[in-house]
Design a protein around this ligand. Structure first.
Ligand code: BGC
Length: 371
């Protein structure tokens, strides 16, 4: 049902960008267990039979015996909560058993997550879906998971281009599923540009004065949204002045404090508040309201994700706009990629999706779909 509405919105608002093609070479190195005694040999033979049976099950579409390990960088992240809930539901819808899906919280700590990956490898999961705490750890993660012969689907935090190239060059069963964060940044800038200078340039100096509240700076989503939101304005010939740029680590409370400080320091000069995600935009809104400012009248505020609360604010005019970060498409593509690996098919090394720009015009429609 939600999928249908989503398809409609996507078809109506943008070009299709889902790329789910096939890579052209294979991977999977399976380590044979050491067999020192007759019993162990028999066990190994049994394991082989089980494995052969599993392959047949998967090929015939029976995924109910397959074990899926899912690592999330941090459970308390609002967006990743939507993502993992949908991922689990969709995996079950596709035929996996709920008890064979294990989702763990990396607590925003890479050593914790690395230990969880080791445990999944020891437990011989059939496929791993990983939202890395640090995308720079991807090389180490990939090496150990590939070595164990387990297919790997990265989500949400994109490893760098060199790492993705390694998967391709080696023909490994590894892929990344996510949206191109440049697009979300561009949409944020356009949300402001589309209001027109007469409205946004409150002090009439011919420039847009803004503050930027960034997510985790290691994360490419934060880097691109920061860059491309402003670029959309300058590309349109609009002059900008950055009054402040702070790191709120994707978190509402941190953003509230940072925006309160910035408002204290720069006051009325601030015309626009860009936040790399909605959680931080909600924090920014609290600070804006405490400072007696009114979004849409004497300040403008944009986020990314389309959390329900943010969409309600867009509908009420207490946020200027947001950008829908499609957790349905991303979680479904991640599960579909995992299924392809399990059934012996290949995946492209990058599986993308599109963001959707959200204004007061379509916010209700998006809210009906995400709720
Ligand atoms: C989302 C953020 C989230 C982050 C986690 C981003 O794509 O927009 O809300 O905190 O992913 O990595």
């Amino acid at each position: 049902m939600k999928k249908k509405v989503l398809s409609f919105i996507l078809a109506a608002t943008m070009m299709t960008a889902m790329v789910a093609g096939c890579g052209n070479s294979g991977n999977t190195k399976t380590d044979e267990p050491a067999t020192n005694t007759q019993d162990e040999k028999e066990d190994a033979a049994d394991d082989k039979e089980d494995a052969a049976g599993d392959e047949t099950d998967a090929a015939s579409g029976d995924l109910s015996t397959k074990k899926v390990g899912v690592c999330i960088y941090q459970f308390s992240d609002n967006f990743m909560t939507l993502f993992r809930t949908e991922l689990e539901n969709y995996l079950v819808e596709k035929g996996f058993s709920k008890e064979n899906i294990t989702i763990v919280d990396g607590a925003n700590d890479q050593p914790t997550q690395t230990g969880q990956i080791d445990n999944f490898i020891n437990d011989k999961v059939d496929v791993l879906i990983v939202n890395p705490v640090n995308s720079s750890s991807a090389e180490t993660i990939t090496d150990k998971v590939v070595e164990a012969g387990i297919p790997l689907v990265y989500i949400n935090r994109e490893p760098d281009a060199d790492e993705e190239k390694r998967w391709e060059d080696n023909g490994w069963d590894v892929t990344y599923v996510g949206c191109d964060a440049r697009q979300s940044g561009t949409f944020q800038g356009e949300l402001i540009k589309d209001l027109g200078m007469d409205k946004v340039d409150l002090n009439g100096d011919g420039k847009i004065q803004y503050i930027m509240i960034e997510g985790d700076p290691e994360n490419v989503d934060a880097q691109y949204r920061t860059e491309f939101s402003v670029k959309a304005l300058t590309d349109a010939g609009i002059e900008v002045e950055e009054l402040d740029d702070q790191v709120g680590n994707w978190q509402q409370d941190q953003a509230q404090q940072l925006v309160a400080n910035a408002l204290g320091q720069h006051g009325e000069k601030i015309e626009v508040v860009f936040c790399n995600n909605d959680a931080m935009a909600l924090g920014a809104l609290q600070a804006i309201q405490s400072a007696g400012r009114t979004v849409g009248e004497d300040i403008f505020l944009v986020g990314v994700d389309a959390l329900s609360e943010a969409l309600e604010n867009v509908i009420n005019g207490t946020m200027t706009g947001t950008v829908f970060n499609d957790h349905f498409a991303q979680s479904h593509s991640a599960a579909d990629a995992a299924i392809k690996f399990l059934t012996g098919e290949k995946n492209d090394y990058y599986i993308g999706c599109d963001y959707v720009k959200v204004t007061s015009e379509n916010a209700q429609e998006v809210l009906d779909m995400v709720k």
